[in-house]
Design a protein around this ligand. Structure first.
Ligand SMILES: Nc1ncnc2c1ncn2[C@@H]1O[C@H](COP(=O)(O)OP(=O)(O)OP(=O)(O)O)[C@@H](O)[C@H]1O
Ligand SMILES: [Mg+2]
Length: 421
């Protein structure tokens, strides 16, 4: 009897032990599987962050085997520790189809129809021509035809579109569609009816943007850039911020264009290996070949000075800025002549101070986009506050005048009554 119960106890103990071992195995297997799946997902996300669209300097062909320096590249902010993994995945991502971002794809013939066979050209950039188009829904759009040939992988292009299509903000020129068909690669953007900020600053035929509009434009750009640097996941460095890439809508509100596309700077006929536009490039990037969010801040500083002075960076803007920095009110000397007498100089000085900080030689000492945004916002608020006070005094003045006028009328009435009596 004792022997039998001992056997039962041993049997139960062995059973429990086996159960515990099996349960632990299952538990660890699940943990391992989850961890593995997470790693894979993170790596896939990273692989989306650097996907090149390639183009050559004649602007006519894409080459999927070209080196990175020949490419138009989506660039995200890298954390140094992650770099090796990031590169590993970017090399192994070629065969992966990107998750869709809900950006509609159009056949070539639809774009041909929408652009009336590519008749109305809005401009020509380094990537190719930009055409005005009307979609079947009636929406006006701008179609950027990327210089390409059929070598460009469709998947790579779709991956790029997926990344760009995920970025949505009211101060970004949003991508609304794309086409990859018959060897052509096209990006379809919302239409910005007032064109580029550069045109408004430098084309004498355009009307002058007043100070308040310029302040608002600076603030709008800072919002768009803040979204790219701090809001987007993964974060995006623009790499080609310039007044030609700031577009204005019908209310002259600004949106940042061409984020995600960066082209190579050319010196003479040869490529420099650097990305961006001459005059806007952070000198530290030139010397170190490291592009960071602070390099975008540098370019933004240049745009702020363009808004203040209307001097193009290709027309020695930096020299003027350096000269102006030698005296406390030096900036007044280089203020856009069209603004003289129409704006508050204190506000101009405050904006110039922010712009100076953006151009600091040491990238680390440049402000973050969040700081720049807050500083511009304060100037704008002060401006609006003063305007309200001014309009209040104007209101008060006109109400006093109308009160005096009505008293005059009343006096006249009383006098005529007295005369009649
Ligand atoms: N979404 C848009 N809405 C209206 N016009 C646009 C739009 N996108 C571009 N354009 C017009 O097309 C012109 C060419 O733009 P594109 O971006 O190709 O070149 P860029 O910015 O002038 O130079 P780069 O090639 O060096 O970036 C711009 O000057 C602008 O006037
Ligand atoms: Mg552009």
């Amino acid at each position: 009897m004792v022997k039998r119960s001992a056997l039962v106890i041993i049997g139960v103990s062995v059973g429990v032990a086996v159960g515990v071992v099996v349960a632990s195995l299952v538990f660890f297997a699940i943990r391992w599987f989850r961890k593995h799946a997470n790693l894979q997902q993170q790596a896939n996300e990273r692989s989306l962050s650097t996907v090149p669209i390639r183009t050559d300097d004649r602007g006519t062909s894409f080459d999927s085997r070209a080196s990175f320096s020949d490419s138009v590249t989506i660039k995200v902010i890298d954390h140094p520790a992650k770099t090796s993994q990031h590169l590993w995945w970017s090399h192994h991502s070629k065969d992966k189809i990107a998750p869709t971002s809900g950006i509609p794809r159009y056949p070539y013939k639809d774009i041909q129809k929408a652009t009336q066979n590519f008749t109305t050209i809005l401009g020509q950039g380094a990537f190719g021509p930009v055409y005005k188009a009307k979609m079947p829904s009636g929406e006006m759009v701008a179609v950027k035809v990327l210089a390409s040939d059929s070598k460009q992988g469709e998947k790579e292009f779709q991956t790029e579109v997926s990344l760009l299509g995920r970025l949505h903000h009211r101060n970004l020129v949003n991508l609304v569609g794309y086409s990859v068909d018959k060897g052509a690669h096209m990006l379809i953007y919302e239409f910005m009816s007032n064109g580029s900020l550069a045109t408004f600053l430098y084309d004498v035929e355009k009307r002058t943007l007043n100070w308040e509009e310029r302040l608002q434009i600076a603030l709008d750009i800072s919002h768009g850039l803040e979204y790219l640097h701090d809001g987007a996941v993964p974060a995006v460095i623009h790499r080609d911020l310039k007044s030609a890439n700031i577009l204005l809508d019908h209310l002259y509100r600004a949106k940042v264009a061409d984020f995600g596309l960066s082209k190579e700077v050319k010196f003479g006929r040869s490529n420099s290996g650097l990305k961006g536009t001459y005059g806007y490039i952070d000198p530290t990037y030139i010397s170190t070949n490291k592009f960071t969010a602070k390099s975008d801040i540098y370019s933004f500083g240049i745009i702020l000075f363009e808004l203040i002075t209307a001097i193009h960076p290709h027309q020695n803007l930096m020299e003027y800025i350096n000269l102006a920095a030698m005296s406390s009110d030096g900036i007044d000397e280089i203020l856009d002549k069209r603004l003289v007498g129409t704006c508050n100089l204190e506000e101009v000085h405050s904006l110039a101070r922010i712009a100076h900080r953006c151009l600091h030689n040491t990238p680390r000492k440049r402000p973050s986009i969040g700081e720049v945004m807050q500083a511009i916002s304060k100037i704008k608020q002060r401006h609006m506050g003063k305007k309200n006070v001014l309009s209040l005094t104007e209101d008060d003045f006109s109400s006093v005048v109308s009160r005096i006028e009505s008293q005059h009328v009343e006096m006249g009435r009383l006098t005529s009554i007295a005369e009649r009596a």
